[in-house]
Design a protein around this ligand. Structure first.
Ligand code: SAH
Length: 236
């Protein structure tokens, strides 16, 4: 079964956008995943195709109406994870990305303006996801980020399954630094151990570097990695 993404947006022209290129684009062409994009405006009921209204309680901007958004969601809701992109959501992490990749697909709802009436988010039990602590003008770029991260984990999309297993976050650590030819560039030599051909020594160096970089740059990840629960689950 093809992994299927459905996106609901007021700006369908933003898709597939960057996902039409490179690995994701090729995988879209070969059918490793599929993308359908619904225009929320198609579900408006009036002559002017109105989708939003002013916020109850006052304040700036416009809010997407729950009845219109619900009709749009109903057109694609089939039990796949239903995600609303919002800065108020839980921050997207690689564990979520793995979960989405393992599901039959996802439905992504992109807000605009001041956002979406909370009642439809609650009524449909949507997962509220944020891509970071900043405010975008719409959910479309956030949906593209979520899809990019997810699609590259689908079978047959990335060249080698090993790259996914080794990269940042997969073991709770940031990745070790990477080097390629030339072995010396502007007086800087590649770490000698990488030229040694000694696989055990290379693996040990990479593990040590991953731990050092995580400890230095991301104390939050390091604390979780070094915690007793993690040590227990890594051992089992
Ligand atoms: N008034 C809202 C922001 C609305 S931004 C607030 O202060 O919380 C408009 C839309 O952009 C949102 O509905 C959401 O779909 C999207 N968006 C903005 N920032 C985002 C982020 N960090 N992650 C995911 N979606 C985001």
């Amino acid at each position: 079964m093809t992994w299927r993404a459905s996106v609901l947006t007021l700006f369908p022209a933003m898709f597939p956008g960057p996902l039409g290129l490179s690995l994701a684009g090729r995988a879209l062409e070969t059918g490793a995943w599929s993308l359908d994009v619904g225009n929320i405006r198609d579900f408006a009921a009036d002559r002017h195709r109105t989708v939003d209204d002013t916020p109850f309680g006052g304040g700036a901007g416009m809010v997407l109406r729950p009845d219109i958004v619900d009709a749009a969601v109903a057109s694609v809701d089939d039990g796949r994870p239903l995600v609303c992109l919002t800065p108020r959501g839980r921050r997207l992490a690689q564990a979520d990305v793995r979960r989405f990749a393992a599901a039959p697909g996802v439905v992504l709802l992109c807000g605009r303006y001041e956002g979406i009436d909370q009642r439809v988010i609650d009524a449909r039990f949507m997962e509220e996801i944020s891509i970071g602590d900043y405010v975008l003008s719409g959910g479309e770029l956030a949906a593209l980020v979520l899809l990019d991260a997810t699609v590259r984990l689908l079978p047959g999309v990335m060249g080698s399954a090993d790259s996914a297993a080794e990269e940042s976050f997969s073991a709770g650590l940031l990745e070790y630094p990477q080097y390629t030819r030339p072995a010396e560039w502007q007086g800087r030599r590649v770490p000698e151990v990488l030229l040694s051909g000694h696989h055990g020594a290379v693996a040990a160096w990479r593990q040590a570097e991953a731990e050092r970089i995580t400890r230095e740059r991301r104390p939050d990840l390091w604390a979780a990695f070094a915690s007793p629960e993690h040590a227990a689950s890594a051992a089992s």
